[in-house]
Design a binder for this molecule. Sequence first.
Ligand code: UD1
Length: 436
Amino acid sequence: MDRIRITGGVPLEGDIPISGAKNAALPLMTASLLTDGPLQLSNLPHLMDISTLVNLLTSLGVDITMEGDADDDGHTGRVLTLTCGDLSGTTAPYDLVRKMRASILVLGPLLARAGTARVSLPGGCAIGTRPVDLHLAGLAELGAEIELTDGYIEARAPRGLKGSVIRFPRVSVGATENLLMAASLAEGETVLENAAREPEVGDLANCLTAMGAEIDGIGTDRLVVTGVPRLAGTRYRVMPDRVETGTFAVAAAITGGDLTLRHADADGVSAVAEVMARAGVAVKQKAEGLRVRRNGAGISAVDVTTQPYPGFPTDMQAQVMALMAFSDGAAMITETIFENRFMHVPELARMGADITVSGSSAMVRGVSELKGAPVMATDLRASVSLVLAGLAATGDTLVNRVYHLDRGYERLVQKLAACGARIERISDRGESVRDG
Ligand code: UD1
């Protein structure tokens, strides 16, 4: 298994191109199941999770072609054309779903298009139990008959789906996306209340609109969908990744560097930018992207509580904790979205961080120095927080289980190395390897 070795202490300087958003690309890809026309998606990141979904969609009968492209910066993004002429199946098997929870996003589209779907229940997940009850209750509200058998969700809508009013008892990004797609082909009007407002939901809604769906309230927590009999293919560009943007913003801050994050959109990262500003980091929107720098000044401690958008994102909690580990005070970090999302804490502590967890809160007392160590984490964002800590620590940090990073960060090692980081990926045989 590959590892990443980092020798910390270099302030990062330069430009980093921000890739297309994984969490927007995945639901957009599943929207191809809703139409027999070609859906062409550009600016797709090259990531393991995308490949996993390509495999799942292919197994359902979606014909997929992939090309690379490059814009003026030489920034490569993939162009994927997905055409689902006829479905060849309606089952998402355990083997594929267990690799990626977002596979559940085929449920709504399959049900709407074919009137039947069989999707494996996602397995246990390292960041809490993460049930799918909101997805199922919403689809049942649209008239689907749902049974759970042998670890599979069996859903049927023999007479089609019918619009209804669905009020989510809690905000769920995935359930909002599944219902948005299903409702687009349902009969009549569907109202989604307490819907997730994450920009990735907006990206999906805009693409569905371009495919012929009728959706009002995009960007708000009340989406009104008027079902249409059919949707058409379209071309759509995936939004920039706001978690990748935030992660590299922390890389600039934690190393006392100066980075310009190309293609980054300040609007989507305002909660992170606000925390940065309060910590003493300058964040400025420029024509070419977002410039983030910390010149000499220390890092002020800032309390952070994760919330649904537009609040502070749970997907940035681990990274900001790494930053606060170097602050000149004490920061309380509270996680309200997922239980058990503090797996990075014991690893950061092994590097010398002073963190005490009590329930869903972590008290982070800043220290003047972290020391490099062999570390590993069991999820994507926790892993990248260890890379960030390693960039600012003294000595060598060896991050194990790099496959978590491959799921969500495109060319992470290359992007950081291009800005001066002493970082390399090494194979289990100890050889330096290129970061795909
Ligand atoms: C998406 C993101 C993930 C991010 C999360 C929260 C993708 C592919 N993933 O995940 O990176 O961390 O949003 O911003 O976009 N819940 C239920 N029942 C359900 C569904 C969810 O109780 O049926 C709970 C979850 O356990 C969690 C909370 O609701 O505690 C939010 O989850 P949700 O917004 O659904 O996350 P995902 O869509 O899985």
